[in-house]
Structure formats: C-alpha cells, structure tokens
Design a protein around this ligand. Structure first.
Ligand code: MRU
Length: 360
C-alpha cells in the first residue's frame, strides 16, 4: 500500500471531514461535519462505518459537542449520550465516547474543548499505530504459513471491510495483507461481497484496487466451496466486539465462514485493536447486542447502470418481508487466534487476560 489513507480528517477550522462510504466506489465525496448531531447521523446512516472509524468519529463528535456547548459539561453529556447510542454493536463507539467523557470531566471548562480535540486526535493516532502492529503480527503468520506449506502465493479470504476505511491507517483484517504486500509476498484476496450492504464488493475491492493488490470478489456463499478445493489458505476478518472469552461479533455471515474454515482446517483469524475487546462481556453469543437494520438494505440494491447512472433498485417481490441482522457472533472455539497490536493470543479467557492485564 502506497501512502497513508484515512477516512476522516480534521479541517483547520476544527470541522471534521469524512469520506462518504455510502456512495463508494462510484463516487468519492467528503462530507463536512460541524456538530455532534451530524456526527450521530453520519454513524447511524453509515456515511462512516467500521468499528474503529465509528469510534474516531464519535470521539471528534464529543469534541464538536464541547465546541457547541462552550465547554459546559452537562450540555456535552447530553450530546455525547446521543452519539454513544448511534449504533449498538461496535464497542469502539462506546469505548471512545467514555474515554472522551473521562477527559471532559477531568479538564477545566475553559480548556475542555482543546483537550477533547487533542484526545480525539490521540485516539486516531493510537488506532493507526495498533493497525500497523496488527499488520506486522499478521504478516508474520502469513509468512510462517507459507514457509510451513511451501507456498509461493497465499490466498486469504476476508469478509466485510476491515481496511483503512474501517480503522486508520491500514485497518485490522487488511493490515496483514497490506504488510505482506509491502514485504513482497505474492498475495491474493478473496473478497466476500458481504450482502446486504456489500462492504466487501464496494469497499474492500476499492481499497485493494487502489493499492494494486490482486483480489477476486465472490458471492457470499462461495467461500465454503473454495475451501473444500484448497483455494483458501487463510481467513482473516475484523471484529466489532470481542468478549472476554474470545467470542467475536463481526459482520453478518462471518460465523458461516468460520464454520466452513473449521470443517476444512483452514486457519481462521480475527484481527482487532484492543479497543474492540469488551471485557464486561463473558459470553458473546448471549450478551453482545446485535444491530437490526432496515429491511430496505435487503430488498433493494444500488449500483451504476451501463450509462454510469447511479441507481437503487428493488430485487424482491413487492410486499415480501425481509429481516436484516447486521452482525453475528463467531464462537471462540472456531477461531484460531486473535491478532492484536500486542501480538497474537488464543481466543481464551486466560490468554486474553494475560495480554491485556492492565485494561481489565
Ligand atoms: O456495519 P459495518 O460496515 O460498520 O460493519 C463493519 C464490520 O463488521 C467490520 O468487519 C468490522 O468493523 C471490523 S473492522 C474494524
């Protein structure tokens, strides 16, 4: 990957610019966000998405709230609560808002806005550092696997988008891919299209194309077949929330890929920064809140026609009901390892706790 890409940036006048992920890969447009309400909306309508970037935008949202409230704590708290509730599953959102509110509470009113701006920038930069470290540990796994199996090319399958559009600067699941490419490894990525919103087909493919990384988009149901025929060496996905015992919530369909990987002895890794752990959750399946989104995301699809006109079309009979769970939880027993910024741990309570002792 050449250069550093980020899906958000701060303007010199303090407003936030975010890359509109609803219209990629067809159009590249930046949206200007000037207040806390606009931040909440950008998160809930998925102008921005992906656990890390949601957390980053939420952090800047608390800073913008302070600007609007002239640093008055009660007012910031009210606006921050709305941001915190803008999506339910990715814990980076709640984590970022809580961290920002701790800083708000600990700073003097006249310094509060500036301190919050610094903290939001720090959160982004820490994510960037975590992403690069995840990339290093993940690329070591790729190199090790290739060496053990005598491979000259590696085929990695990923689901949804966990690249730089989801976490600055290299993402989580794609960070090992980007790092492997930098190391000169011959790597090819199977990109699950990721219905219903197609984050794989729209976003992951766009990212990989920009970075000249060989990739092939596949329908979501194809992975199992590829695995049965030895065409997938490794699966890596990101996560939106990981429990203390290693269960991982990620985009709907991840669980099915983990089952297929397990049946075919394909290593299945989850890549995540430590801000994606929720140490208060012991059983991911029972306790992680799963977002239910609009039926329309299932009943309609968007894209460009032959004339390049952007269109949204219905693909189901009028009147049929649809159900749209945004995430599922892959149980720890199906996960080979968790690739974090501190190294790779096994998806077990003891291993996670010993790596992140001071965060418990
Ligand atoms: O609904 P989304 O697009 O926000 O879901 C994103 C995912 O599930 C990603 O795979 C996840 O956030 C991991 S990347 C940080």
């Amino acid at each position: 990957m050449k250069g550093v890409y980020r899906a958000l940036k701060l303007e010199s006048d303090g407003a936030l610019l975010v890359l509109d992920q609803r219209i990629l890969p067809f159009e590249e447009e930046w949206v200007r966000i000037e207040d806390a309400q606009a931040c909440s909306e950008a998160i809930s309508d998925m102008t921005v998405r992906g656990a890390g970037v949601i957390g980053n935008v939420a952090a800047f949202g608390v800073y913008l709230a302070s600007r609007e409230c002239n640093g008055e704590l009660g007012c910031i708290k009210r606006l921050a609560k709305k941001i915190r509730e803008s999506r339910p599953t990715a814990v980076n959102l709640m984590w970022a808002v809580d961290r920002m509110m701790d800083v708000a509470a600990a700073s003097k009113k006249e310094e509060r806005t500036e301190r919050l701006k610094e903290e939001a920038i720090a959160i982004c930069d820490e994510d960037g550092l975590a992403s690069r470290n995840i990339g290093g540990f993940g690329a070591d796994i790729i190199e090790g696997l290739m060496k053990n199996r005598g491979l000259t090319r590696i085929n990695v399958l990923t689901h949804c988008n966990a690249g730089w559009l989801a976490i600055v600067d290299d993402g989580s699941a794609l960070a090992p891919v980007y790092e492997a490419a930098r190391r000169g490894i011959d790597i090819h990525v199977w990109v699950d299209e990721t219905r219903p919103r197609n984050q794989g087909a729209n976003l992951t493919a766009w990212e990989l194309q920009k970075s000249l990384i060989p990739h092939t988009i596949i329908a979501d149901n194809t992975g199992g077949h590829l695995m049965q025929h030895g065409m997938v060496d490794l699966c890596i996905t990101g996560a939106d929330r990981v429990s203390r015992n290693g269960d991982a919530a990620n985009k709907i369909g991840t669980y099915l890929k983990a089952l297929a990987a397990n049946d075919n002895r394909v290593p299945f890794y989850i890549a995540l920064p430590s801000s994606t752990f929720d140490f208060s959750v012991n059983d991911g399946i029972k306790e992680i809140p799963i977002e239910v989104r609009s039926e329309e995301e299932v009943t309609h699809i968007r894209g460009v026609d032959e004339e390049g006109l952007y269109k949204r079309v219905r693909i189901v009979p009028e009147g049929s009901a649809a159900l749209n769970y945004g995430f599922d939880v892959t149980p720890a027993r199906l996960i080979t390892g968790l690739i974090t910024e501190r190294g790779v741990c096994t998806p077990q309570r003891e291993s996670i706790e010993s790596m992140f002792k001071e965060k418990l």
